[in-house]
Design a protein around this ligand. Structure first.
Ligand code: WQD
Length: 323
């Protein structure tokens, strides 16, 4: 299938583009390179330097490539920033997706794969979180994702555009075959922060709180390998295009790891000391988050293969160590 990967030069986008190519799809990456990197582009994929906020550019890209499907991975995703600069998130995330939907209507593109987030759920009412869990985002980033999910639902009903909504938990790791070279710029997430501390790019890891109601006092999260996420995108594309039907699924490993466990695994795998300091809690962090991925298993036949902490750290370290 001809697939437009919007944001395909970014961290998750490049992994998805790679997997689509590996599965025999014809891929065009559409990216404004604001945080995406040229080094993440593959010779097997075409590249259009374009911006999702420039409606004509996006529509032209769909027309020129004859895209039958689009994967949308061009959102801003820094939770903290979204609380101080909501305008930026409104324009890029919400207006960007409306452009995508309207361009799809105009060009006859029928299938969209959308990166949503566990942030749509907010503070968990029960664990593990399944797709029936109430949605109540506690940050503006999560709010934009939930609003977009609703737009997608309406365009499904009114325009027959089928959509896979993929609610990622904590994406981490690098391509298991080491083919993605570009490192995320200014990462705020735990595993890249640990990697930067391990190779001296930052002085130390700050551990945001050790007084949570968890066995070791640090927060527990569900880390999912990007190679597993990428595989789910390809399966989701097969599902929506093959069944002419939309779906919403969680993507997580169904395993919880605490900050201390992640750090200790990183120390062991990298052989580095990795300086760390316990600081105060970060606002808005729930103590525990874990996913139920049963629906993705049932509908897509998907299962996390690379999301054990050892592999998450080993593949991250390979990327940081060599690059
Ligand atoms: C993980 C744990 C931190 C950095 C976010 C979004 C979520 C999804 C995934 C996109 C927490 C602790 C972190 C550090 C630390 N994103 N931590 N020191 O907040 O669970 O999830 O990314 O869709 O929507 O909210 O991820 O990696 O920031 O934090 O101690 O330098 O690590 O407090 O407990 P989070 P994270």
């Amino acid at each position: 299938m001809k697939v437009l990967v919007i944001g395909g030069a970014g961290y998750i986008g490049s992994h998805v583009a790679r997997r689509l190519l590996d599965s025999g799809h014809t891929v065009t990456v559409f990216d404004n390179l604001s945080s995406g990197l040229r080094i993440n582009l593959f010779p097997g994929a075409a590249f259009i330097h374009g911006d999702i906020l420039r409606y004509e550019q996006l529509r032209a890209a769909m027309r020129e490539t004859g895209a039958q499907a689009a994967v949308y991975l061009a959102a801003f995703k820094a939770v903290g920033e979204s609380m101080v600069k909501p305008e930026k998130y409104s324009v890029n995330n919400i207006i960007g997706t409306i452009h995508l939907l309207n361009a799809a209507c105009e060009t006859g593109l029928k299938n969209i794969i959308f990166s949503s987030s566990a942030a749509v759920y907010g503070e968990p009412k029960y664990l593990p979180i399944d797709e029936k869990h109430p949605t109540n985002p506690e940050n503006y980033y999560g709010f934009t994702k939930l609003e977009i999910e609703k737009f997608l639902g309406w365009y499904d009903r009114l325009k027959g555009i089928r959509c896979a909504i993929l609610r990622y938990f904590n994406a981490a790791g690098y391509d298991v075959d080491g083919r993605i070279k570009g490192l995320e710029q200014n990462p705020a997430n735990l595993i890249p922060a640990i990697m930067e501390a391990a190779c001296g790019m930052r002085r130390e890891l700050q551990i945001f709180g050790s007084d949570y109601d968890t066995p070791d006092g640090t927060c527990i999260r569900d880390y999912i390998h990007v190679s597993d996420l990428a595989a789910a995108h390809v399966l989701a594309l097969d599902y929506v295009s093959g069944n002419d039907k939309s779906l919403t699924v969680n993507l997580g490993s169904e395993t919880g790891s605490s900050v201390t466990e992640v750090l200790e695994t990183a120390r062991r795998v990298t052989g580095r000391e990795i300086p760390a300091k316990i600081t105060g809690r970060r606002a808005g962090d729930p103590a525990r988050l874990t996913a139920s991925a049963a629906l993705a298993r049932d509908l897509l036949g998907w299962k996390a293969r690379y999301s054990d902490m050892e592999t998450l750290i080993r593949t991250s370290w390979a990327a940081y160590h060599t690059n």
